[in-house]
Design a binder for this molecule. Sequence first.
Ligand code: KIV
Length: 268
Amino acid sequence: MKKWTTAAIRAAKGNVKLACVTAYDYTFARLADAAGVPLVLVGDSMGMTMLGRRDTLRVTMDNILAATGAVSRGAQNACVVADMPFGSTQCGDDAAVANAVKCLQAGADAVKLEGGVRAAGLIRRLVSCGIPVFAHVGMTPQSVNEYGGFKMQGKTRAAAQEVLEDAKAVSAAGAFAVTLECIPDELAAEITAAVPCPTVGIGAGPVCDGQFLVMHDLLGLNTGHVPSFARKFADLGQAAIDGFAAYAAAVMDGSFPPPRPARTQERT
Ligand code: KIV
């Protein structure tokens, strides 16, 4: 299998539909990579999936860097993208570039950051420094307090026009791909036709160049709210409960561990 570079992701538009997932550790990154997934995002959704928080706002650079190191060791062929957490880009462009450099030094191939027109200047600067950027427009979860909840964006004609302008701005600034999160299907289709880079939708309908799903939603590991657009492709959550329960029962009834022959008890 060949390595998915950011250039290969960009060139996939119109050729291959991109199935993108999140992963936050070595083990699941290795499994996603073995399945041939082209792009693994170390998402700030880890705030919810891994840290049990209500939103993404308290995820830190240290959280992302530790996970990026682990994911990049697990994913040999997938393009590894590190999400820039809340606070890491709002602190001025110099500090944002320094934070993005840390992501690449931790093992990422690219960074992802939220924002449209207002992020375009930073995206241009990062790209000029050799740091590939995956943009993210539409419903951007780090703006949850601005929205008053995780709400679909771009529903009125004026709001749709703003999201379209956002997507065009980040694409013109040099983003190699753009996430479209929670926007109407027709708007996602319009953006997909309007920008030269691939659009990767999450809750944005089928007419995108690729799709994102959070790993916990698609593998059935999510114990909290599962978005209506997500689909469970496996039930690892139930398999894990069954495995833990079988282990606990075997310990309690004394069937695990079994007695060993004396010879196997020698330490070498
Ligand atoms: O953090 C994340 O998981 C994301 C994807 C859902 C696009 O930003």
